[in-house]
Ligand binder design. Structure first.
Ligand code: SF4
Length: 231
């Protein structure tokens, strides 16, 4: 590991303890103070909660959107609305090397035959390529999202991608999250109101069945539960 990455890892490990009970604003102030412009806020454009919180601390920052080419039009609409509502943010559209058309010509419908490879090509590799340009990234991961996320800390060292990862709203319940959206009038994907509590790419997102958890509609009918971005 390079000296820079060793230093970042030490920063992350110290902050994991110091900020373990920090609220979103405190965590995001620490991010802006510690990393200057060398951080990026990830968004799947399901809503603009994290972007709104980050903009309160610093209005100009980079936002990472994984432009897989398979998104719902409503998701692209949120991305475009974010650019209007938060004019100082810079949206980074991280795309795969191959267009969707070229990928389908070469491999067929990978999201059906091999979704892990599809996610790797269209999400994981573009994500790594962009994260390599920064010292830290900020995510909207919450502990209640899924059992795999139950122990998510506010700050952690992301060994896989080699930078600091901050999850400012990790402890938020669904009620806290939804209250922030309704009280502050935050942008939200229209599909949420139509019964999609967890929105990914169009071919891999279904409405959860009654009584099932929010992410159960992602890759429904397959054993896959994560894209490989966080788990
Ligand atoms: S969520 Fe589905 S369509 Fe999107 S990258 Fe993964 S497998 Fe491909």
């Amino acid at each position: 590991m390079s000296d820079l990455k060793e230093d970042l890892k030490i920063v992350a490990e110290a902050a994991e303890l110091e900020l373990k009970d920090a609220g979103p604003e405190e965590a995001l102030e620490w991010v802006a103070r510690t990393f200057g412009d060398s951080y990026i806020v990830a968004s799947n454009m399901q809503d603009a909660v994290l972007i709104d919180l980050a903009a309160k601390v610093k209005p100009n920052f980079d936002v990472l959107f994984l432009e897989t080419g398979y998104h719902f039009p409503e998701t692209i609409g949120v991305r475009d609305a974010v650019a209007v509502v938060y004019p100082e943010v810079r949206i980074v559209n991280a795309a795969a090397e191959q267009s969707v058309e070229d990928q389908e010509r070469e491999f067929g419908l990978l999201y059906q035959s091999d979704p892990a490879t599809c996610c790797n090509l269209r999400k994981v590799i573009p994500l790594r390529r962009e994260l390599a340009k920064y010292d830290a990234w900020v995510t909207g991961v919450r502990r209640v999202d899924a059992p795999t996320r139950a122990n998510t800390p506010i700050v952690q060292w992301d060994d896989r991608n080699g930078l600091v990862k901050i999850n400012p709203i990790a402890p938020w319940s669904d009620d806290e999250f939804n209250a922030y959206i309704s009280e502050k009038g935050i942008l939200e994907n229209l599909l949420v109101q139509e019964g999609y509590p967890s929105i990914g790419c169009l071919p891999c997102t279904a409405k959860p069945l009654p009584g099932q958890d929010a992410r159960s509609g992602r890759w429904a009918g397959q054993s896959k539960t994560e894209c490989g971005l966080h788990g």
